[in-house]
Design a binder for this molecule. Structure first.
Ligand code: EPU
Length: 426
């Protein structure tokens, strides 16, 4: 397993370009199963999860051509398999996004029921409840969810009120409803920009989706969808990670090809914490730490447009460098503080009580050997390593490769001392 070796203490400077959003690319790739025609996606990030999603599509029988590194031309004319098998679902939960499209177009789908993962139990009961509301018959057979559309193999429009906001649950239902007979209304839908991006692609394919980005989404089912071309939105979590990278190292960065509007709440919190962020134009941010230094500010994670859980770990790293006590409350996932104990090994003062982490700062972090437990925890440890004195070795960086494109190269270009140690070199 690869590791990162970071020698901390260097302020970052320069310009960095943000990649496409993994969490938008994954559902958009799945959406290609809804049509026999070709869906062309640009700005698909070169990250492990997108490669896994591509493999899933190919296993189903689709053809995925990659004429350029970040362009995917997906054609799902014949589909031979109607199943996301255990081997794939266990490595990437987002494979459940195959459920909605397969069921909608072919009237049948089988997806291995994902188990828990490092950050929580993460059930998919709401996805299934929603599909049932569209008339599907859903059973559990030997660890697999088996779903069938009602008579004549077509789902029918229905109403679904999500008891909890779920991003991939909303996306699965959105895709399923596009080909259903009649109108579907999703209440308490996720409002994440990735949901709106998917809706935009679906509409380009001929779907009739209204209200994406609001809590109520209405879908008028159509008979068939066609091909389309679409560019994936920039990754707001990568954007936020670089904002913090500049602030935590006391550097100055220009962040290009981002959508500041998608990072509104993160920008607002960081400004309050003493980070100077200038919106240079609609796709560029300039960031540096204020000369007065960083101050502790509390944060509560909540569904969009509130503070994202996917930025919680990175924010915690920043708070170890801020003056005062900050409380970080995680309301989305019950076990998403694994990075805290790793940062404690670097000298951070963090106390965990249930869903609240209390950070006392500032502390001079010291390099140590630490272990990444999930994607965003890895990003947090990289940030901590950049701010620490001495050498930090981060184990299990395959987690970061799932969702950050060439992170060590981007950081090195900004002046960071970070290198990837291949298993054979350790
Ligand atoms: N939940 C249920 N039942 C369901 C679905 C969700 O109880 O049927 C609960 C979850 O257990 C959790 C909450 O609802 O407590 C929200 O989970 P959600 O379904 O929104 O998460 P997700 O769709 O599985 C996506 C992102 C995650 C991100 C979350 C929250 C993708 C592929 N993944 O996951 O991204 O943390 O939304 O914003 O879009 C990451 O990129 O590192 C990552 C984990």
């Amino acid at each position: 397993m690869d590791k990162f070796l970071i020698t901390g203490g260097l302020p970052l400077s320069g310009r960095v370009v943000v990649s496409g959003a993994k969490n938008s690319a994954l559902p958009c790739m799945a959406a290609a199963v809804l049509t026999p025609e070709t869906v062309t996606l640009h700005n698909v990030p070169y990250v492990r999860d997108c490669l896994t999603q591509r493999r899933l599509l190919e296993d189903l029988g689709a053809t995925v051509l990659v004429p350029e590194l970040r362009t995917h031309k997906i054609t799902a004319t014949p589909i031979e398999l109607f199943e996301a098998p255990y081997e794939l679902v266990k490595t990437m939960r987002a494979s459940v996004l195959a459920l909605g499209p397969l069921l909608a177009r072919f009237g049948k789908a089988k997806v291995s029921l994902p188990g828990g993962c490092a950050i929580g139990t993460r059930p998919i009961d709401l996805h299934l409840e929603g599909l049932k509301a569209l008339g599907a018959e859903v059973t559990l057979e030997a660890g697999d969810v088996v779903a069938r559309a009602p008579k004549r193999g077509r789902l029918r429009g229905g109403e679904m009120h999500f008891e909890k906001v779920t991003v991939t649950g909303t996306e699965n239902l959105l895709m399923a409803a596009t080909l259903a007979e009649g109108k579907t209304v999703l209440h308490n839908a996720a409002r994440e920009p990735e949901v709106s991006d998917l809706a935009e692609l679906l509409n380009r394919m001929g779907a009739r989706v209204r209200g994406a980005g609001s809590p109520t989404i209405t879908i008028e089912g159509v008979e068939a969808l066609g091909g389309a071309e679409h560019t994936i939105i920039p990754d707001r979590i990568e954007t936020g990670t670089f904002l913090i990278a500049a602030a935590i190292t006391g550097g100055e960065l220009e962040i290009k090809d981002c959508v500041p509007e998608h990072s509104g709440i993160v920008i607002a919190h960081l400004r309050e914490a003493g980070v100077e962020i200038e919106e240079v134009n609609q796709s560029t941010l300039r960031v540096r730490r204020s000369s007065k230094g960083l101050v502790a500010r509390d944060v509560v994670t909540e569904p969009h447009p509130r503070f994202p859980t996917d930025m919680q770990a990175q924010y915690m790293a920043l708070m170890t460098q801020a003056e005062g006590r900050s409380m970080i409350t995680e309301t989305i996932f019950e076990n998403r503080f694994m990075h805290a104990s790793e940062m404690q090994r670097m000298g951070a003062q963090i106390h965990i009580d249930g869903r609240i982490a209390t950070v006392e700062g500032p502390t001079q972090l010291m390099g140590a050997r630490v272990q990444a437990s999930d994607l965003r925890a890895s990003a947090c440890l990289v940030l901590a390593g950049l701010a620490a004195s001495g050498e930090t070795i981060i184990d299990r960086v395959y987690h970061i490769d799932r969702g950050y494109e060439k992170i060590e190269m981007k950081l090195r270009a900004l002046g960071a001392d970070i290198e990837r140690l291949k298993e054979s070199e350790v």
